[in-house]
Design a protein around this ligand. Sequence first.
Ligand code: FES
Length: 154
Amino acid sequence: MYSEKVLKEFRHPKNLGKIHNPDGLGKVGNPVCGDLLWIYIKVGKNKKGQEIIKDIKVKTFGCVAALATSSKLTTMAKGMTLDEALKINKEKIAKELDGLPPQKMHCSVLSMDGLRRAIEDYRNKKAGRIEPSKKQPSRSSCRHRNKKGNGKSN
Ligand code: FES
């Protein structure tokens, strides 16, 4: 069902944990399947003066695909400019993992949404706007349900 790369990423996930006083925090969750994810970023600058993701950590409470894709996303995003990181999409994450089962493609959306919210949180703070990180976790676009519709994840 899963590729070797997905299983390897799941068994040895990267960048797990939390950053204290992050520059940006993205919290996303799916109350239907119960998966939750937090992404923390620290922002720095590259030699050209562009803002980059200097450090990134993730906490994932979810399925195999959610954990593997969130780990892969953090390794992809680290060192990217914020605008480059915003271009990471579920297809790119899946490609890096040699694909995901079609019914699990939506799981990669959770980490993608988390990163986008973390960058949004950073930009809002910088602009002096209300911090989305102070709000409750927002719903991801993940719409997973099991056959009985009782919200349990597999
Ligand atoms: Fe994997 Fe919803 S994110 S089941």
